[in-house]
Write a protein that binds this ligand. Structure first.
Ligand SMILES: C[S@@+](CC[C@H](N)C(=O)[O-])C[C@H]1O[C@@H](n2cnc3c(N)ncnc32)[C@H](O)[C@@H]1O
Length: 230
């Protein structure tokens, strides 16, 4: 599905998030602890918004950007080239089955891709097991994702927005209705904060902090692999 929308994806993100998506990614960056020579993997990198920011902010860190959609990845590479950002290692691969050795990365990040991994319990379990495996003990796992506002009234308005307005705007701007109808439906059904936290903890991660934006409609979740993680 993502292979069909890369050109308008960045513009639509800006419109659908009222221009806030960059601010949320910046907040994620502020919460990453890293130093020269470290390795950071951005999974589900899409058109590379987060990977590009990581590479700019941490020039002495090795940044890997992974996606299984060749068209999204190609768009990410083009954007890096246009912005003069060098050194990102782009990898076309599935993050549920990665080609890296255990404990390879100091940090792993994912922005607006966790929901895509959660389309089935089995897929999410495979992805989280792989993320845990390739992350070093004590390493950060940072997730930026949609969730559910706590307040019932705000939640209702949020659902009307994602289910009714987002597909219309998506079709108008990208010319493709289906991916944005899917997007709205999947956001409305996605985990709330407690469910998300429980899943990560059940897979062995430790919670560091969770920062809500937009009344909890968006969450920045900072987890880590325990220092003594197997
Ligand atoms: C909503 S986009 C997120 C893009 C970007 N990270 C952002 O912040 O806008 C989700 C991306 O996840 C990718 N994706 C979904 N499942 C994947 C998997 N198992 N392995 C690698 N990439 C995956 C899709 O191809 C798509 O480009």
């Amino acid at each position: 599905m993502f292979d069909s929308i890369p050109q308008r994806y960045v513009l639509l993100n800006k419109i659908l998030t009222f221009g806030q998506d960059d601010r949320w990614r910046d907040k994620l960056l502020q919460n990453i602890q890293t130093k020269s020579g470290n390795k950071i993997l951005d999974i589900c990198t899409g058109t590379g918004d987060l990977a590009l920011k990581l590479a700019k902010k941490f020039p002495n860190v090795e940044i890997y950007a992974m996606d299984f959609s060749p068209n999204m990845l190609h768009e990410a590479e083009k954007r890096a080239y246009k912005k003069g950002i060098k050194g990102i290692i782009f990898i076309e691969d599935d993050c549920t089955d990665m080609d890296f050795e255990d404990n390879f990365f100091d940090s792993i990040t994912i922005s607006f891709g966790f929901r895509n991994l959660s389309y089935s319990k089995e897929n999410l379990s495979k992805a989280l097991a792989e993320i845990y495996r390739v992350l070093k003990c004590g390493g950060n796992f940072a997730i930026l994702e949609t969730s559910q506002p706590k307040n019932i009234f705000i939640r209702k308005v949020f659902h009307i927005y994602v289910k009714r307005i987002v597909p219309i705007l998506g079709k108008l701007i990208s010319g493709k209705g289906k991916p944005y109808a899917y997007l709205g439906g999947s956001i409305a059904k996605f985990f709330d904060r407690e469910e998300l936290e429980a899943i990560l903890i059940s897979k062995g991660f430790q919670r560091e902090k969770i920062i809500p934006f937009m009344f909890g409609g968006i969450l920045l979740c900072m987890f880590k692999k325990p220092a003594n993680g197997a």
